[in-house]
Design a protein around this ligand. Structure first.
Ligand code: DGJ
Length: 383
């Protein structure tokens, strides 16, 4: 274990002690202001984007893309910060490093996005899933990657990267649907976005194109259900269709059970949660780093059918950017989780010219009288 991780362990113990003292003295202290730079304990803006927060053994771990100030590719890798109170975050360095080895899947200069970390009780390991793009190939590789570690702060070991479900049909396609998909031909469509092209996409044209080699996987998240089954949710088929896939018990692979959601709907940045008997999925549209209107879907089973509902966002972001709800307050979701009893929508306000400076927002999710999620703008969030 390297010195930085030891230091982080000591920092957690010290922080636990300090947290009691500080919490008593500053019980009314608010956490942070949404959409403003959020400094770690060293005063540096938290450079962990597209990520997630995991609670484990009395501490919180925030994983995210450690972005360079300029450019889109990774020098470092996936960052991890720790906290015992969700306010004071200590930089624990890199949980997963890019590799100096030429030809490695995670060679320095690759793109790692949207890391999600799970604790696996069976294997007693932390498992990280992330979106991986191979060095020098833009966004064409479209793979999901797996890494694991015995410690929440790493170092995580890279396990493998892959496309999804080669030669496997989704659970929600009938024999007739499969026959229709087999009649499509993606190479025949020189012009995209026409009604005819869209009809072919909805039939599964890109699913069929990638059937032998495996399905694309870009923006992604994970979700553990109340029965312990864990799922991977990803933007596939040229970002046109979402896939929800069951993970194996060790979280290092797929069982082969999966469904397509909203074929041709062009959803990115999926975040999935459950409230009572309802499953909710909040996504963005696909406009690169620019904000757009969020989409929400509801289902009574993780396997669907999923019904689309209006965006849950309400109001206008206060502060310097004044972004309205129909632009998701200038942000794009990265994770939804319950922390300290609050269900939180976590998101990035991307700064594509300086990705490291992208801002964070965490917004509490409320429910209206019909039990539908509502996410109003909240400036100061109490954690
Ligand atoms: C939007 C995605 O949500 C981000 O994670 C990133 O992949 C950008 N697109 C790249 O343009």
């Amino acid at each position: 274990m390297n010195t930085r991780h030891n230091t982080c362990g000591r920092a957690i113990a010290l922080a636990c002690l300090l947290a009691v003292v500080v919490a008593t003295a500053f019980a009314q202290d608010s956490a942070f202001v949404n959409g403003q730079p959020w400094p770690d304990v060293a005063g540096r803006h938290i450079n962990a984007h597209g990520g997630c927060v995991l609670q484990h053994d009395g501490a919180y771990y925030w994983y995210g893309e450690q972005r360079p100030d300029r450019g889109y590719t990774m020098d470092g890798g996936i960052a991890v910060y720790s906290s015992t109170d969700l306010r004071q975050w200590t930089d624990c360095g890199l949980a997963l490093r890019t590799s100096p080895e030429a030809g490695s899947d995670i060679e320095r200069g690759c793109i790692m996005e949207r890391p999600k970390v799970l604790w696996n009780e069976r294997t007693r390991r932390f498992v990280m899933l992330f979106h991986l793009e191979l060095k020098g190939r833009g966004y064409e590789a479209a793979r999901v990657a797996f890494a694991e570690s015995e410690s929440p702060t790493g170092p995580f070991r890279f396990v493998r990267s892959t496309r999804l479900h080669a030669q496997t049909w989704p659970l929600n396609m009938s024999a007739a649907d499969i026959e229709a998909a087999k009649q499509t031909d993606a190479s025949a469509w020189k012009e995209w976005w026409t009604p005819e092209w869209r009809a072919e996409v909805e039939k599964g044209m890109y699913l069929w194109r990638d059937f032998e080699s495996g399905q694309m996987s870009r923006d992604q998240t994970v979700f553990t259900d109340t029965d312990g089954r864990t799922y991977h949710i990803t933007s596939s088929q040229e970002n046109l269709t979402l896939l929800i896939s069951e993970l194996t018990d060790d979280y290092l692979g797929f069982t082969g059970r999966y469904v397509m959601v909203a074929p041709g709907g062009q959803n990115e940045a999926p975040c999935l949660f459950r409230q009572g008997d309802d499953y909710w999925l909040i996504c963005s549209g696909c406009t690169g780093w620019a904000p757009n209107e969020a989409r929400m879907f509801k289902a009574k089973s993780i396997w669907g059918p999923w019904t689309q509902l209006p965006s849950p966002f309400q109001g206008v972001a206060t502060g310097f950017f004044n972004m309205p709800a129909n632009k998701t307050f200038g942000a794009q979701g990265n994770f939804i989780t319950r922390l300290n009893g609050q269900l939180l929508f976590m998101a990035d306000i991307w700064n594509p010219r300086h990705l490291a400076r992208s801002l964070h927002i965490w917004l509490p999710i409320h429910f209206n009288d019909e039990g539908t999620p509502v996410i109003p703008w909240t400036g100061n969030i109490e954690l």
